[in-house]
Design a protein around this ligand. Structure first.
Ligand SMILES: Cc1cc2nc3c(=O)[nH]c(=O)nc-3n(C[C@H](O)[C@H](O)[C@H](O)COP(=O)(O)OP(=O)(O)OC[C@H]3O[C@@H](n4cnc5c(N)ncnc54)[C@H](O)[C@@H]3O)c2cc1C
Length: 207
């Protein structure tokens, strides 16, 4: 998406046909925020998992530097003035961009400790847990063959399209770590290989 201004070779069933470059990013912002008028409902729709409308889908362009978070913020403010609407939803995209900033600062503070098994701040005195590295379990998670429909649907979406919703990411991450007992870094590494919007700070920070 960063290097090519042409359409990526994305799956026809992908949430969006992501096209590289600033023009496409600006067009997506305009479409989602103003034409489709989604911002005023964002707080209520942001946990969706199906279709293009539940969230901005700007992350691939943001992670590649095609569009700036400041511009998205200023467009939110313009929306509030032009539409005469200012509510929790119109603030919440800015809140998410602040989360993005938070993870950048976290990584700046902790450096390569963000890749440690116990996390950037260590285990804080807890008993070290023995994590599974069972190859079969990991392969089932990666290919969407765990037998849990929600997890499998999300993992297959990632594998075929390079996209997964925020709520999907939270669910599959919890499943890998808490249900399968697998080292979280194996999940983060898989996300790094497949996500169209991969960003070291947001990915490793969220895990
Ligand atoms: C385990 C896990 C891994 C993730 N890995 C990445 C990653 O590699 N790259 C990435 O950009 N995001 C990552 N996220 C955060 C989030 O899932 C995506 O930013 C979001 O789904 C992108 O969709 P959107 O652009 O439609 O977001 P919207 O809901 O429209 O939010 C607007 C923007 O805010 C930022 N944002 C939203 N939620 C978060 C969040 N939780 N953390 C940091 N920034 C956020 C993004 O830049 C996003 O484009 C991860 C989340 C989890 C739980």
């Amino acid at each position: 998406i960063a290097v090519s201004e042409g359409t990526c070779n994305t799956h026809p069933k992908g949430v969006l046909q992501f096209t590289g470059g600033e023009d496409a990013a600006l067009a997506r912002l305009q479409q989602w925020m103003f034409t489709d008028d989604r911002l005023q409902h964002y707080f209520d729709i942001r946990n969706g998992m199906l279709g293009e409308g539940y969230s901005t889908k700007l992350s691939p362009w943001l992670s590649a530097g095609c569009i700036s978070p400041r511009l998205v913020y200023h467009e939110s403010k313009r929306y509030e003035i032009e539409r005469g609407i200012s509510n929790k939803s119109t603030y919440w995209v800015t809140f998410e961009l602040l989360c993005r900033d938070f993870f950048r600062f976290l990584c700046t503070k902790h450096g390569n400790k963000i890749f440690f098994q116990d996390g950037a701040e260590g285990g804080r005195g807890s008993t070290p847990r023995k994590w599974s590295t069972d190859a079969d379990k990991i392969a089932r998670w990666k290919t969407g063959m765990t037998g849990q429909p929600l997890v499998d649907a999300n993992m297959r979406e990632l594998m075929h399209t390079g996209w997964m919703s925020n709520r999907g990411r939270q669910n599959v991450a919890s499943y890998l770590v808490l249900e399968m007992g697998v080292d979280w870094r194996i999940g983060a590494d898989h996300f790094e290989s497949y996500l169209l919007d991969h960003d070291v700070c947001s990915n490793y920070g969220n895990w």
